[in-house]
Design a protein around this ligand. Structure first.
Ligand code: G4P
Length: 193
């Protein structure tokens, strides 16, 4: 069991409807020592790539992506969620649907901050249905940049996203993959990696 799986077992709370609360250490209150370890681990896994930018999406991805970008010594760029229908030509944009929140957002990144010379590492906290990641991949493509890999802290292996992304042929590294969880017993089953 790795450091992240251990922490999930210690402090994660399984809620009904397959929701895992990790807000005491990951996406509300953040354990900075853990963030540093996550940054180092993604650098270990993707350090052989010539990464020029770390890309994530607001809100919860930002903190984690900062620590990853620090390890690589490159800027971190985050996609903003925009409710505006009038998207200007200065931005790359993609539509992202949230199954959890049952809504659609446009996500945007300024053209100033991504271009065809970029080698991108995408980072996010959760991978569920993969819609957010597909939006970030679309934005990278629109910029002419190459996606060198995707690093996820917690993948919900029983939802479709991981399979969809792996089928695209992109290196996807999830620090923990949850195959099952039970809110009655609080049990969490991790995939052997
Ligand atoms: P997807 O991004 O993989 O397509 O998944 P989905 O639409 O289902 O997820 C919507 C939001 O719910 C995402 O945050 C995602 O991180 C979060 N999420 C999904 N499953 C869980 C879970 O089990 N526990 C927790 N804590 N979060 C989960 P978001 O609303 O887009 O972003 P943010 O503003 O919270 O960062």
């Amino acid at each position: 069991m790795n450091f992240l799986e251990e922490r999930i077992l210690k402090d994660g709370i399984v809620k009904p409807n397959n929701v895992l609360k990790v807000d005491s250490f990951l996406n509300h209150q953040m354990d900075i020592s853990l963030m540093e370890e996550i940054g180092r681990e993604f650098h270990r896994r993707f350090g052989d790539k010539n990464i020029t930018k770390v890309l994530t999406i607001e809100a919860s991805g930002i903190g984690i992506a900062c620590f990853v970008a620090r390890e690589f010594g490159v800027p971190m760029v985050f996609a903003k969620k925009s409710h505006s229908i009038n998207i200007d030509s200065e931005v790359y944009t993609a539509e992202v649907e949230s199954f959890t929140h049952k809504n659609k957002n446009n996500i945007i990144v300024s053209r100033k901050f991504l271009n065809q010379d970029d080698h991108i590492l995408i980072i996010d906290d959760f991978l569920a249905n993969g819609c957010a990641l597909q939006g970030l991949i679309a934005i990278s493509k629109a910029a002419g940049a190459s996606v060198e890999g995707i690093g996820i802290v917690i993948e919900k292996g029983f939802q479709i996203g991981g399979q969809v992304i792996r089928n695209l042929g992109i290196q996807l590294e999830s620090l923990a993959i949850i195959d099952a969880m039970d809110s009655d017993t609080g049990s969490i089953t991790f995939r052997e990696q």
